[in-house]
Design a protein around this ligand. Structure first.
Ligand code: 8GP
Length: 770
């Protein structure tokens, strides 16, 4: 969860007077990976560090590898916020990030017999040398209890009498910017028992209870929920949300009050960005604080709320939109539920004036969902209370406007914007691919592109230069060697460097269609097996690399992982196939693995069913590293096509507007024969585990093929064949690779953050005086 707060106003003035608050949430501050390598690059002290370490007898690279990954988030959403923090720091924006200091980050994936097992990731085992514990920065966070009406200065007001209090203690994680003295702070909250309560228990001799209560409190920041699309552990999850929101807002308001006494100035100084709905209770909490604690009138408080919040949603899947059962919310946060009802009442009244008594629409737009389980729709709450609703790519925004939040768009078209995601070139080129970084700087004659990514376009001029081709190929080869060594060490499989390294790494999900990839690998295998020996010479050798975690409760995703292993077992041990085809599953995919795999990839796959990937950021990392993309026109790839041209990538599949009709089409017309054949191979037990894989096969055949694997299969195979053909011509391939890197500038998080600063938050850079 990251809630970012930003300071607005005259930011050129004295740095220390910048009030900054910018809530950028994702129930973890993000998947930041290792800190050391990124920080020493950003501070410009990498060489000094390496020298100093070598004098002490250590090698910098070896030492850097000792650091564990901080995986305090689930996937794309969380990694995105880590990239954006880097950009905020680099571009001198006065921003703070807030999140939770989970003791256990995202689980470690261990593969046994091809099955995924989850193990706890106690990332604090050896401590975290980069954090600063602020024992004196702590706030009480309250839960449960009752609400009573009281009279204050002749006016009736609501008073929340909480039943439990937990202490939130701050841990600061400095994020240095690149080429600037600016360093911003990521403040993570850890839950500790409330001292007061403890003392009482000890005094009454209730020692065991005191200990149990200690543990109960600490549980709040103990574990990251591994599935950001399901709702297990609802109460603990909601507690995490509120704990995070309450502590962060107390911190922001404390800083605001230190110099300001009029809350009407609050929107001038503070912008709060809701990074998806996990921090959305913040809108309710600000109302509560302003009305109940600061005694502002409802309208005045509401005016303030509507000016400070903006909301970014990261999904197109209606089932991923968070809903909180009213019973649960009412018991944990009784006063907040009342406030939500009041906000909704006012909203419904306003809406009736605008659209009349259209009950269907009123009930769809209501913040409260009636039904078997009465719930609060967190996305609706966020839209109603925010001045801006952002999508994460242009296509995503169009889908929000025409499908997911159509009614809201018709009501408030001005609120809807989009900010296409981006990734930081500091981590994804400079840190993870130092030889490419040096090569780019050499040919551009400057390192300025590390801060000013638009300069990368200058590479276009040299895209056909034979010398650059030579050096580019050499860099790519060295990276492939590094990856091949890793593959051999990890799986025992030796892979050929002449093969095309074809990678699909991301969370395992049906809509991301790893299964489509595996089925096409089976098809390739089947073709090779059925070829004459002489024909085999024409086959372009491939090393197919797949990696990703399945949410622990997501059975289909786990079966896909097992199928990948079963197919790999067969192919990799088939001497007849040899180096022509290998399939490798990279276990425990995380940032550090990505840093190794991405620079070594020739081809990467982003093959979601059109209209399902809100943006995708993996594709941007591969693009920057000169890896060619095999993709559907989905999410941000639509914009990548505009930047580098269709001719420099391998596109396939149904377009977003074709998907609904294809779903309607009768199953017999959809899938080609090759598809039925490979599915049959799985069904018939060619790779073992026949019964176990049956449901996977059922799910992609006939009318159940919701994600259109069958209907996209033929065009997918064509795109694969086009990639093979292009790979044979290495000069052509290298040119496409250079043009990919050259055209990747638009996908830097620097651009995204600048766009947010200008059009959503209204803030300017605040240069740190030297
Ligand atoms: C992800 C999107 O799936 C991905 O396309 C996008 O690049 C990334 O966010 C960053 O914007 N979405 C989620 O992780 C997500 O929706 N998580 C759940 C909270 C809903």
């Amino acid at each position: 969860m990251i809630l970012n707060s930003i300071s607005r106003g005259k930011t050129q003035s004295v740095y220390t007077s910048c009030l900054s608050s910018f809530l950028w949430h994702s129930l973890a501050f993000g998947i930041s990976g290792r800190s050391l390598s990124n920080s020493v690059i950003n501070l410009g002290i990498r060489d000094q560090c390496a020298d100093a370490l070598s004098q002490l007898g250590f090698e910098y690279e070896v030492l850097a590898e000792q650091e564990g990954d901080a995986a305090l988030g689930n996937g794309g959403l969380a990694r995105l916020s880590a990239c954006q923090m880097d950009s905020l720091a680099t571009l001198d924006y006065p921003a703070w990030g807030y999140g939770l200091r989970y003791q256990y980050g995202l689980f470690r994936q261990v593969i046994l017999d091809g099955f995924q097992h989850e193990q706890p990731d106690y990332w604090l085992n050896f401590g975290n040398p980069w954090e600063i514990e602020r024992v004196h920065v702590s706030y009480p966070v309250k839960f449960y209890g009752t609400v009573e009406e009281e009279t204050l200065n002749g006016k009736s007001c609501q008073v929340w009498l909480p039943g439990e209090t937990v202490e939130a203690v701050a841990y600061d994680n400095p994020i240095p910017g690149y080429g600037t003295r600016n360093t911003i702070n990521l403040r993570l909250w850890a839950a500790k028992p409330d001292g007061q309560y403890d003392m009482e228990s000890y005094n009454t001799g209730d020692y065991i209870n005191a200990v149990v209560n200690r543990q109960r409190a600490e549980t709040i920041s103990s574990v990251l929920y591994p599935d950001d699309r399901s709702h297990q552990g609802k109460e603990l999850r909601l507690k995490q949300h509120y704990f995070f929101v309450s502590a962060s807002l107390q911190d922001i308001i404390r800083r605001f009050k230190d110099g300001h006494n009029n809350f009407d100035d609050f929107p001038e100084k503070i912008a709060l960005q809701l990074n998806d709905t996990h921090p959305s209770l913040a809108v309710v909490e600000v109302m509560r604080v302003l009305v109940d604690e600061e005694h502002l009138g409802w309208d005045q408080a509401w005016n303030i709320v509507c000016k400070i919040f903006s909301f970014t949603t990261h999904t197109v899947l209606p089932e991923a939109l968070e809903k909180i059962p009213v019973d649960l919310l009412g018991s944990l946060l009784p006063r907040h539920l009342q406030i939500i009802y009041d906000i909704n009442f006012n909203f419904m009244e306003e809406l009736k004036k605008r659209i009349g008594l259209d009950f269907n629409r009123l009930s769809q737009m209501s913040i409260v969902e009636e039904g078997a389980v009465k719930s609060i729709r967190m996305a609706n709450l966020s839209i109603v209370c925010s001045h801006t609703v952002n999508g994460v790519s242009r296509m995503h925004s169009e889908l929000l406007k025409t499908r997911v939040f159509k009614d809201f768009y018709e009501l408030w078209p001005h609120k809807f914007q989009y900010k296409t995601n981006g990734v930081t070139q500091r981590r994804w080129i400079v840190v993870s691919n130092p030889s490419l970084c040096a090569l780019i700087s050499k040919w551009l004659g400057t390192e300025a592109w590390i801060r000013d990514i638009d300069l990368l376009i200058g590479l276009q001029e040299f895209a056909a230069d034979a010398d650059l081709h030579q050096e580019w190929k050499m860099v790519r080869k060295v990276n492939k060697m590094r990856l091949a060594e890793y593959i051999e060490a990890m799986s025992g499989v030796k892979v050929s460097l002449d093969a095309m390294f074809d990678v699909q790494i991301k969370r395992i999900h049906e809509y991301k269609r790893q299964l489509l990839n595996i089925l096409s690998i089976i098809h390739r295998y089947d073709c090779i097996k059925n070829m004459e020996k002489t024909q085999r010479r024409k086959v372009v050798p491939r090393v197919c690399i797949v990696g990703g975690k399945a949410a622990p409760g997501y059975e289909v995703a786990k079966k896909i992982i097992k199928l990948c292993h079963a197919v790999a077992e067969k192919i990799n041990n088939d001497a007849d196939v040899g180096d022509l085809l290998k399939l490798i599953f990279v276990p425990d995919y995380n940032v550090s693995v990505a840093e190794l795999v991405i620079p070594g990839a020739d081809l990467s796959q982003h093959i979601s069913t059109a209209g399902h990937e809100a943006s995708g950021t993996g594709c941007m990392k591969f693009l920057m590293n000169g890896c060619l993309l095999l993709a559907t026109a989905d999410g941000s790839t639509v914009e990548i096509i505009e930047e580098i041209g269709e001719e420099n990538m391998f596109l396939f599949g149904a377009k977003v507007h074709e998907v609904p009709a294809l779903r309607e089409k009768s199953s017999d017309d959809k899938a080609p024969l090759q598809f039925s054949r490979v599915v049959r191979m799985v069904r018939d037990g060619h790779f073992g585990f026949k019964d176990y894989f049956k449901s996977l096969c059922d799910g992609v055949e006939g009318d159940s093929d919701f994600y259109l694997l069958g209907s996209d299969f033929a065009s997918y195979l064509e795109a694969q064949a086009a990639a093979d053909k292009a790979f044979v011509d290495q000069e052509k391939w290298t040119q496409m690779s250079i043009l990919s890197t050259a055209g990747s500038g638009r996908f830097s998080s620097d651009r995204t953050v600048e766009d947010y600063a200008e059009t959503t938050w209204g803030i300017e850079p605040c240069t740190c005086p030297s």
